[in-house]
Design a protein around this ligand. Structure first.
Ligand code: PLP
Length: 236
């Protein structure tokens, strides 16, 4: 299938999952996870209707940005982020989804104020408690959310999670339900005029229908759009 057909098929499956859950399909944003893709592929995806690209690595983001590859779309940063690389993203990406420490949040706030923007962010939660994954433990998310309310340079928009790889279909429903509950709780506790949380980012190629059934407002899809990726490098 062509990229265009893949995008249409994934979008149709998202819409179907939303309707099955009694939700409006418009509530669910499709983010194309573009790691390892070329600038050319990114341009093709945007031409075929992709409106948000999700990037994992600052280096790849910088290269595609310099190429003008994202024209016509927003970019979300979805990978592990080091404090010293914040300067490459703030004010350029519309959402940093992977904020997982107080230090990182403060670095984003400082940079945002320096360049005169409010940077929207999500707090990444390690919902499966896996040592190999980034994200704060669920019980620490509220504290970080409350800090965000005090920092004028960041706008807290919600939560993000990457649950464990599911062995069985439906295997991640429990984690998605826990994330939704956490999202609802923290939203109620942090609501003010500065920001209201409206984004729960969860669901990938293998499990997005379950995520949508459990309240996801944003799915991050790579493989189902672009095909299998070569094996990952450890970091970057
Ligand atoms: C790669 C990636 C995705 C997409 O994963 P697929 O299984 O290929 O759909 C989603 N979120 C993050 C953070 C990723 O790194």
């Amino acid at each position: 299938m062509s990229l265009q057909q893949n995008i249409a098929a994934v979008r149709a499956a998202i819409d179907e999952a939303a309707r099955r859950a009694g939700r409006d399909p418009k509530e669910v944003t499709l983010v194309a996870a573009t790691k390892v893709q070329t600038s050319d592929t990114i341009r093709q995806a945007i031409a075929a209707g992709i409106t948000v690209c999700g990037e994992n690595r600052v280096q790849e983001f910088n290269a595609h940005w310099a190429d003008g590859a994202y024209e016509g779309a927003e970019v979300h940063f979805i990978g592990h982020l080091q404090k010293n690389k914040v300067k490459y993203l703030v004010g350029k990406v519309s959402l940093i989804e992977s904020v997982d420490s107080e230090e990182l949040m403060r670095a984003i706030d400082q940079r945002a104020r320096k360049v005169g923007v409010v940077q929207d962010i999500l707090i990444e939660v390690n919902i499966g408690g896996e040592a190999s994954k980034s994200g704060v433990p669920p019980q620490e998310a509220e504290k970080l959310a409350k800090l965000a309310m005090q920092l004028p340079g960041v706008g807290l928009r919600g939560l993000m999670a990457i649950p464990p790889v599911a062995e069985l279909s439906g295997g991640n429903s429990r984690y998605f339900a826990e994330m939704h509950q956490l999202f609802v709780d923290i939203r109620a506790k942090t609501y003010d005029n500065k920001s209201s949380m409206d984004c729960l980012s969860m669901g990938m190629s293998g499990d997005f229908a379950d995520a949508i059934a459990n309240g996801s407002t944003q799915v991050r899809i790579g493989t189902a759009l672009f095909g299998q990726r070569p094996p990952m490098r450890a970091n970057g």
